[in-house]
Design a protein. Structure first.
Length: 199
């Protein structure tokens, strides 16, 4: 599974643990899982959550999915086999490292795994994404961070070129109120993040 520190992965329903749900996916013969992303942000009415209990105080979210699948980034380990020198070289170039044959995460910035014989599970799991904890945190994370020039050319989109004036906290009226993991609403997903003002 490819995951970042600001992401919390959940099963489709709280009547199973994440491990139990993944085992069920495997038992049913599937080898990849998509996660529906729920983006949690500070809002103008409650702007600062820079503390260890931020999950208890950040109550506003929106479903985020510019396409489906959007977060196909949990998969069953694929067997290694010697592919020959030419295929080995192609694999190194394609993935920037040698790994299981044709596992590719690089092309999508880690969001969409691709490999021969992929069988995505038909039910999305859940991903709670806490992108930033305050407006100051957004500026520290995206404006004051140095990005590799290759990343600026497209992989991180707005994140790589943002200035402090591009950020604005949304109002809670633009988002949905979180009540429980089981009641996260995936309807009408956003295709752009609310934290940055699109030009």
């Amino acid at each position: 599974m490819h995951a970042d520190l600001d992401e919390i992965r959940l099963p489709p329903s709280s009547n199973q643990t994440l491990a139990e749900a993944i085992a069920q996916v495997d038992n049913e013969g599937y080898n990849a899982i998509n996660f529906m992303e729920y983006t949690f942000l500070p809002v103008r009415e409650s702007p600062n959550h820079e503390h260890p209990d931020f999950q208890k105080t950040m109550h506003w979210y929106y479903p985020f999915g510019p396409r489906h699948p959007h977060r196909l980034n949990a998969w069953k380990k694929q067997p290694r086999r010697w592919m020959g020198m030419k295929a080995f070289a192609r694999e190194l170039i394609k993935n920037h490292r040698f790994g299981p044959p044709s596992i590719n995460l690089h092309a999508s910035g880690g969001h969409l795994v691709d490999f021969p014989g992929i069988r995505p599970y038909p039910i999305d799991f859940k991903l709670k994404h806490y992108i930033v904890l305050s407006l100051d945190h957004a500026i520290q994370k995206y404006v004051k961070k140095s990005f590799d020039p290759k990343e600026i050319s497209g992989m991180h989109g707005w994140r790589a070129t943002a200035t402090e004036y591009d950020f604005l906290l949304p109002s809670q009226s633009q988002m949905q109120l979180f009540t429980s993991d089981d009641e996260l609403d995936a309807n009408n997903p956003f295709s752009e993040h609310l934290i940055v003002q699109q030009s």
